[in-house]
Design a protein around this ligand. Sequence first.
Ligand code: ADP
Ligand code: MG
Ligand code: MG
Length: 891
Amino acid sequence: MEKKHVYSFGQDGAAGAGLSKELLGGKGRGLAEMTSLGLCRPPRFHHQHRSVLNSDDEQGGKVPADVRELVLEAIEKIENEMGAEFGDSENPLLVSVRSGAAVSMPGMMDTVLNLGLTDVSVEGLSKKTDNPRMAWDAYRRLIQMFGDVAPGIEEGLRQMVPARRIKGKGGRGGRHGRSRPCYDLEAIVAEYKKVIEREHGSPFPQSAEDQLWAAIDAVFGSWNNKRAIEYRKLNDIRGLRGTAVNVQAMVYGNYGDTSGTGVCFTRNPSTGENKFYGEYLINAQGEDVVAGIRTPKPISTLHDVLPEVYDQLVEYKNMLESHFRDMQDIEFTIQEGKLFILQTRTGKRTAFAAIRIAVEMVEEEMINEREAVERIDPNDITQLLLPQFDSESRKKALDEGRIIAKGLPASPGAAVGKAVFDANDAVAAAERGEDAILIRVETSPVDVMGMAKSKGILTSRGGMTSHAAVVARGMGRCCVSGSKDISINEDEKFFTVPGTDIKVCEGEKVSLDGFRGEVMLGEVTTVDPEISGQFETFMSWVGRDSPAPRARQCRDTDGRQKGARTRRRRHRTRSHRAHVLQRGQDPQRSQMILANTEEERRAALDELLPHQQKDFESIFRLMNEKPVTIRTLDPPLHEFLPNDDDDQRELAKALGVDVSAVKDKVNSLHETNPMLGHRGCRLGITYPEITEMQVRAIFQAAVAVKKEGIVVYPEIMIPLVGTKAELADQEKVVRRVAKEVIDASGIELEYLVGTMIEIPRAALTAEEIAEVARVPSLRHKRPHSDGVRLQPGRLRRVQQRCTVGSGRLLSYDPFQVLDQTGVGQLVEAGVTQGRAGRANLKCGICGEHGGEPQSVKFCHRVGLDYVSCSPFRVPVARVAAAQAAVETPRK
Ligand code: ADP
Ligand code: MG
Ligand code: MG
């Protein structure tokens, strides 16, 4: 069908079935489909797409003359069908002018009802309908809505006219039915008109056509009102040009006791239960149900009031759900016992409801498994796995003003505990069996134990990739980072909210919402996620029949998170990545770092080895059969040493050295350029004994565990490689030590060695890096849970790090969402180049992007084999990967 400026739909069947949402807007499309279903016979309406009216003026503006012609022609069609005349004083046609973009933005834009009424035609309508109360109520509503949307009346009329008038004088008069005299309503109308004239600068238009143009402008313009802009930002709605406008003949829910208006869902939007759910009001119009002026009644009671209407509504809602094959959110109006459906759209739902609905619709054979997977927003999956605040309890906190600060939602979850301001205090609290929230300006590796022992972490500095955020995510701990609203005094152990008199001292209860990044005073009730059978069923469909990037989990060494791991065992990943030497193992670790000679260092390393080996053993056991990628020592060494005086003194004392030795070491190790400094492979090149020890620990662990009958498959990853030679150097060390251990054990063991592409140079020269060392030990059959035999591969990670600045200039946070146009090129170059050097190179990324749905989809498009992310995001990544595989066939 050719693109038109104006589309008409009506009983004559000139329906718009098959026209897209992009063209008609969601509301328009829903109405068009319903017309074609012959379902509700909404009085004819027509519709225009915003872009055809004023494509270069996003603020709205005047409707061009040629389009006006078309609009008036369409109005004429409605007039014929309704047997009324637009602008007529005796038999006026009234219409609504409704917004509706391609993506549903409920209530964010404007709608004007009862358009076409004037001082004269309100009398006409009174006579024609013999219902003056309804006519004056309609007029009152028109002026009020006009006031709400007219430019110059910022506050809206509702706020400006004293509430007393609306309440006391007829605003609630609806209850009294049509016999009630309408003097009060007339008085209110007079009042409203005065306000309009005063605030708007000109009187309320007394011509139906003027009203129409003004309303169309206002509705188009409402695309750019503050609410709508914020809603789009919040929901990441981009790439739309604006809203459509729907003009529709009015039906009257405020006609009397057999009339009404309501909203319903075909299934329960919060639980997903397949049970008709909704609310209605008798003798009311438009948004009365939503506005909360009167308390609406549950839909089931409509059965007692208007049984035939109720039955018809049930029939219609069933029809709509099976037509759209998804849960519908339906708006309806009843005029004198006749039912009209005014809107239908895919209903918004909680993550829990989404899963239940998807699974049950598969069971009902309404959709198939693949569609079920496609329908779930991967981000919602996280919600299902973490404790969260009870919504009632949070609302109470909000109402009581106890939400005192916001920060970044660095790591999801809900945590309640006593405020502590020091990692040791957190540990002490845990030992006393108390829940603690660790509050620090920022955290550093010395705080890690305290972080592990707290329920949640709050910092006033640092972003989504700050230490606190990264570590908390790795631990699955709730974290709100970088809360600029609070000012923390770590020494005196309290924080304040500047600009208020709020002060929170040690021991006081606080609640942290890691989903929203909120800090709340006192206790907010948490509820545990219920992982029902349906979620299990759902996850079993994910990625089942299409090759998608695999999701791996990324975490630190030591088995401390075993609990969490076991809890999520059902959503087990295919592999595991470990960072060596991140936590635990003080003081040997410090000793190793402080060593001044190779001899001293070797002595310290020898002591570290058994600890490391034990950690690896527990990981291998846990990950039975799955490959485990282990990255050798990566951070600069100074990160392992304490920064502040007290801790440095304590460490010196513990090690029996002078505090100046510690200080000197910290200073000498300090790195200004974290990516290029003396760390990663370069540290291993200077001190091969460090790499040796780690490799020995890994292989001794692997051998020991394999002897227990467990399948082990280590993959060693050398970090921060910039040149081929660096990788070659470290690879040699790995293979030498591995061979020693394996030969001595007398058993066979297969493994991989690879690197991580973290710096631009490596991405651009990946071809030559990929060529490094082809060693027979790589040729093997690899047991894989899906039974696929993989060719020898070279382990490769393309990790991109962006240092792009503040989120204000970008529409997304590059630390969360992969910068596809910039860094994405490096990723692509890395993959292409790397595979040019070695065709079956195994490629993946790690870091938080690995758990971000859009980024996962990008990874799929450029041909990565896997993504790696925090454990709690693994199911998210799996869903995103499965969706990507369906959307875009593999390159
Ligand atoms: P929103 O997008 O905010 O939901 P709508 O355009 O759906 O706005 O309008 C809000 C409400 O106004 C509808 O739910 C319906 O009750 C009422 N309404 C809109 N158009 C008409 C009409 N032609 N007749 C009767 N009521 C209408
Ligand atoms: Mg609405
Ligand atoms: Mg609506």
